[in-house]
Design a protein around this ligand. Structure first.
Ligand code: TXE
Length: 496
């Protein structure tokens, strides 16, 4: 069955009638067909969102009325948690328990922003002392307008929701364009939004490819803000497109996040967090701790334990019992990751374990958990985002050296540090040039806390209050309060 687009409150076929296959990465089989929207559909969706924003059918509602709709969407997601998780696993390949986390988080995200919208509306009006008592100055926050959201395939529903929930809570209207590799749970989100009864045009979904649907969305003159998660290369194109209309962008891009392990760490705890940091979600995580730096004294022992445990990881289809590592999302991503491993042979890096197809899994895009050590600092696998189950490990001697190596990257999304010395951890956290730092752990992510990167990892923050502010404009409203106290041109009051 082919999915449909959701535009102006109705499910419709794409104007050009195109579609593309949804492929199960565990079996390489086509299991569904997805509607391929193009520029005409994008235009219809953006116009619907524009009208719905401009006539105030959404932004004109009270925050608690909007929150009521968002809570219905949260309930709708929760009511379908198991079938949405199963669909996510089939489309993306991730282990089912991880898909269940994602879907639960998506529901929680709607609830969180519903609460925040109400709390902000109930809060006091912000005033500023401008140092001149004749003027009364207030700051109002208003929805930014029509949002274009373009999202990737690694957390297909959740990355969409990280944008949709705060944007709607803020009073914006939105057009969501998910990744062509995994579009199906976002299509289900459209059904849930529809069932929740949101006014037509407030939420619109156009599935399609980057060039055919994504690019026209970023180029559309009626869009006010673009929120994008994906690669640096595409992020750059998005920013260029936004510059034509001076539209604001929020970009969440790639990473090559370091994990610094000091010698006083418990080796098993370090191994556990390294495994989680790089192998959960198959390493297809923007914040994956893909570069590990281990203090010299612990380096040989840690590598030995890491290899032992990596080799025990159960690999297979995401819906099979006990699987911790599913297939890479697609044939093209598989080829991309294998290309990195091929070129790594010439780099001088030492392959400790993995790097091939697991035994007995001849179909599906599977790769054994892969660990490299002694990686030259100019090697491509040390510098570039691989976005697969591949970790590079190197050693260091001193805290300064660890920080120098950790910060030597164009990226700055996340970083992690492990040591029993918490003062040292805080010192390192302060000097890491990254938007997120984990101490004695890796990867925990909270709807309530800001998420985003330094340097080439992006612009702006999602989640938390910052994620809400992303979708607000700031207006200064200044009132003159004193009759007869100005008179620069026309005499007033006593002077008249
Ligand atoms: O990303 P793209 P891809 C990284 C990761 C991965 C690489 C490529 O390293 O291997 O990116 O993945 C849409 N105008 N990340 O090719 O192209 C596209 O349809 C507008 C990191 O999937 O960035 C999809 O919806 N939109 C990342 C979205 O952009 C365009 C998560 C992301 O696709 C477009 C995913 C265009 N010209 C990949 N071209 C993270 N930060 O988590 C494509 N798109």
């Amino acid at each position: 069955m082919t999915t449909q687009l959701y535009i102006d409150g109705a499910f419709v076929a794409p104007k050009a009638g195109g579609s593309f296959p949804a492929v199960d990465p565990a079996t390489e089989e086509v299991f569904d067909t997805v509607a391929a929207g193009t520029a005409d559909d994008i235009d219809a969706a953006v116009r619907a969102a524009r009208t719905a924003f401009d006539d105030g059918r959404w932004s004109g509602l009270s925050a608690s009325a909007r929150a009521g709709f968002l809570r219905k969407v949260a309930e709708g997601i929760r009511a379908r948690l198991s079938d949405l998780a199963a669909l996510e696993t089939r489309d993306n390949g991730k282990p089912l328990p991880e898909a269940e986390w994602d879907i639960g988080d998506a529901a929680d995200c709607f609830d969180y922003y519903a609460d925040l919208a109400e709390a902000r509306a109930a809060g006091p009006e912000t005033t500023v002392d401008v140092g001149d008592e004749r003027f009364d100055t207030r700051i109002w926050r208003e929805p930014v307008g029509v949002v274009a959201a373009i999202t990737p395939w690694n957390f297909p529903l959740l990355m969409g929701v990280w944008k949709v929930a705060p944007a709607l809570a803020a009073g914006c209207t939105i057009v969501l364009k998910p990744s062509e590799l995994c579009s199906l749970t976002c299509h289900e989100l459209a059904r849930i939004v529809d069932a929740a009864g949101l006014p037509a045009g407030v939420f619109n979904l156009v599935t399609g490819t980057g060039p055919e649907a994504g690019a026209p969305l970023t180029d559309h003159p009626l869009v006010d803000k673009i929120a994008f998660t994906g690669s640096v290369v595409t992020g750059r194109k998005v920013m260029q497109a936004a510059s034509a209309g001076i539209r604001t962008v929020a970009l969440e891009l790639g990473g090559k996040s370091p994990f610094i392990v000091f010698a006083d760490s418990d080796v098993d705890k370090a191994v556990e967090w390294i495994l989680f940091g790089i192998f959960w979600n198959k390493g297809e995580v923007c914040s994956a701790t893909s570069r590990v730096l281990v203090q010299r004294e612990l380096y040989p022992r840690l590598l030995e334990r890491l290899a032992e445990e990596a080799e025990k990881i159960t690999i297979g289809p995401g819906d099979a019992e006990g699987v911790k590592l599913g297939p890479i999302v697609s044939c093209s991503q598989y080829d991309k990751v294998m290309g990195f491993l091929e070129r790594a042979r010439q780099s001088g890096a030492r392959l400790v374990t993995g790097g091939g197809r697991p035994e007995g899994l001849d179909t599906g895009y599977y790769l054994t958990p892969t660990v490299y050590a002694d990686v030259p600092l100019d090697a491509e696998i040390w510098r570039e985002e691989i976005f697969g189950p591949v970790v590079c490990v190197n050693s260091f001697e001193t805290e300064d050296e660890a920080l120098r190596l950790a910060n030597d990257s164009p990226y700055g999304l996340a970083g992690a540090v492990m040591s029993k010395d918490l003062d040292r951890c805080d010192r390192v956290a302060a000097r890491l040039r990254a938007g997120i730092v984990w101490i004695n752990c890796s990867q925990p992510t909270f709807t309530q806390a800001p998420w985003g990167g330094y340097k080439s990892s992006g612009i702006g923050r999602e989640l938390g209050e910052a994620g809400f502010d992303n979708y607000l404009e700031t207006k200064q409203v200044t009132r003159f309060d004193r009759d007869g106290e100005w008179g620069w041109y026309l005499p007033t009051g006593d002077q008249a």
